[in-house]
Design a protein around this ligand. Structure first.
Ligand code: KIV
Ligand code: ZN
Length: 520
């Protein structure tokens, strides 16, 4: 067997900081628990000094999530490192990840520091971080546009100061695969003490090369890859975890037996959980987890797969947990059957949650004969969302009238920032009328950027899943919800988006003074 490649997941930090992907503390915890089931090696849970919300999420994940190393990002500043250390205190295993930019353009225009000052700052930061943990990662931000000799020097000094992992980010997604391979090879050959640290890579996808660059780096000797679920992250995103992991697994012949310890049958579920939490979809043709990743439409392909699966499939759907739409329960199923099915799907719920879910399941099973796995996942998510207690807006009542000879009319009753509000409006259709009524009641009128609705299962009694993207004052947010009624699904998705938009506005307000001392 070859060597292990460590998987460092930064969905909750680099991923979450991208527009449209913000998560509440409860949602981050749910995601971190799933990442632990996926068996990633390191979870970067956030950037403790960035905001109170980030700090609290890291702290909660450090308390609750067992297995992976829990990590916080920190600029090369004592106060950031202290915030990271404090937030990480409850973790069984913790890492502080400190960074500073090393490229001429970042040092001159962003940091306004000389290379000598940057070198000193890096050394101090690493040795300060070592006071709190033996596991310290140092990143040379914008490494791919840094001068080689300076890069070698700062890496050598960071290792002397106690860094155990050296991360080489392609911060702006500028590198080309053979070039990135050479960079990692040259670092191995020119940094005298490099054998005392693990080389990590962190690639952005601005040219669509993040996965390719990460894999080339592994061939050149990197043994940690930083990546995110569904490839989310700043701008075009980061290397997609599912792609890196499956490329190493499917092509282990090429990668000389290198392996990860990721529990790949959990990949699909993790991808979908992230979609539900952030109100996003992955494109149907997305590698590994897209809806079409294992679909064979053409007759020639279907015939080939039926004759021998390997003709057109290089991996099995079950290797990544890709589901077949299965009927799981019906209206006569009891609480035990529901509990057992939830367990099979990876959800261990307490009695109180089980009771609430059972009520909702019974109501759904009365409406539609067969309940599918997708339906159950939607119920679990709805339950989780509404028990978070962090919403600005709660829909209490919705009534719509529509037909071929009447003007569609909607009445809503809602609680907005603790106050009860009621409004009635007419519109072009029932959804339009309901959204206008919510806008009248809240006084908030965001622009619609996107709205889509799709059936979760292929029947007329399917649950509908609605997705809404809205924008206000340059801030975008998406929402997602499911219901057997398409009007209710749409309105719930709109309320979800509005809650995220308000939360994101608050988050950005609390983050305002961070950008002056270096962006991430
Ligand atoms: O892209 C980047 O350079 C980063 C660092 C903070 C690792 O996200
Ligand atoms: Zn990044």
């Amino acid at each position: 067997m070859g060597e292990k490649v460590y998987i460092f997941d930064t969905t909750l930090r680099d991923g979450e900081q991208a527009p449209g992907f913000s998560m509440t503390t409860g949602e981050k915890l749910q995601m971190a628990q799933q990442l632990a089931r996926l068996n990633v090696d390191i979870i970067e849970a956030g950037f403790a000094a960035a905001s109170k919300g980030d700090w609290e999420a890291i702290n909660l994940i450090a308390k609750e999530v067992k297995g992976p190393v829990i990590c916080s990002l920190a600029r090369a500043l004592e106060r950031d490192i202290e915030a990271a250390a404090e937030a990480l205190k409850p973790a069984e295993r913790k890492r502080i990840h400190t960074f500073i930019a090393t490229s001429p353009i970042h040092m001159k225009y962003k940091l306004k520091m000389s290379p000598e000052e940057v070198l000193e700052r890096a050394k101090k930061a690493v040795s300060y971080a070592r006071n709190f943990t033996d596991d310290v990662e140092f990143s040379c931000e914008d490494a791919t546009r840094s001068e080689r000799e300076f890069l070698y020097k700062i890496i050598e000094e960071a290792i002397k100061a106690g860094a155990t992992v050296i991360n080489i980010p392609d911060t702006v997604g500028y590198a080309i695969p053979d070039e990135f391979y050479n960079l990692i090879r040259d670092i191995k050959e020119n940094v005298p003490n490099i054998d005392k640290a693990i080389i990590s890579v962190h690639c952005h996808d601005d040219l669509g090369l993040a996965t390719a660059n990460s894999l080339m780096a592994v061939l050149a000797g990197a043994r940690q890859v930083e990546c995110t679920i569904n490839g989310i992250g700043e701008r075009a995103g980061n290397a997609a975890l599912e792609e890196v992991v499956m490329a190493l697994k499917v092509r282990k012949d090429h990668f000389k037996g290198l392996y990860t310890e990721v529990n790949t049958p959990e990949l699909y579920k993790t991808s979908r959980l992230l979609c539900r939490i952030t109100g996003t979809f992955v494109q149907p043709n997305k590698a590994i987890v897209g809806d079409n990743a294992f679909a064979h439409e053409s007759g020639i392909h279907q015939h080939g797969v039926l004759a021998k699966r390997e003709t057109y499939e290089i991996m099995k759907p079950e290797d990544v947990g890709f589901p077949k739409s299965k009927i799981v329960l019906g209206k006569h199923s009891g609480r035990h059957a529901l509990k057992a099915k939830l367990k099979e799907l990876g959800y261990e719920v307490d009695e109180e949650t089980l009771n609430k879910l059972f009520e909702k399941f019974k109501a759904l099973a009365d409406q539609k004969k067969e309940v599918y796995e997708e339906d159950l996942e939607a119920l679990i998510y709805e339950q989780f969302r509404t028990s978070g207690g962090e919403d600005y807006l709660k829909l209490e009542h919705l009534q719509v009238q529509t037909g071929n000879n009447i003007l569609p009319t909607a009445t809503v009753k809602l609680v907005f920032k603790g106050e009860e509000k009621t409004a009635t409006e007419t519109g072009n259709g029932p959804v339009d009328a309901a959204i206008k009524a919510i806008q009248k009641a809240t006084g908030i009128k965001p622009k619609f950027v996107d709205y889509s609705i799709k059936a979760l299962t292929p029947n007329t009694d399917a649950q509908a899943e609605a997705r809404v993207v809205i924008e206000l004052d340059g801030i975008k947010a998406s929402g997602r919800a499911s219901d057997i009624d398409i009007v209710k699904a749409s309105v719930k998705a709109y309320v979800d988006a509005l809650n995220r938009l308000l939360a994101r506005k608050e988050y950005l307000r609390s983050k305002q003074n961070i950008s002056r001392e270096g962006t991430v």
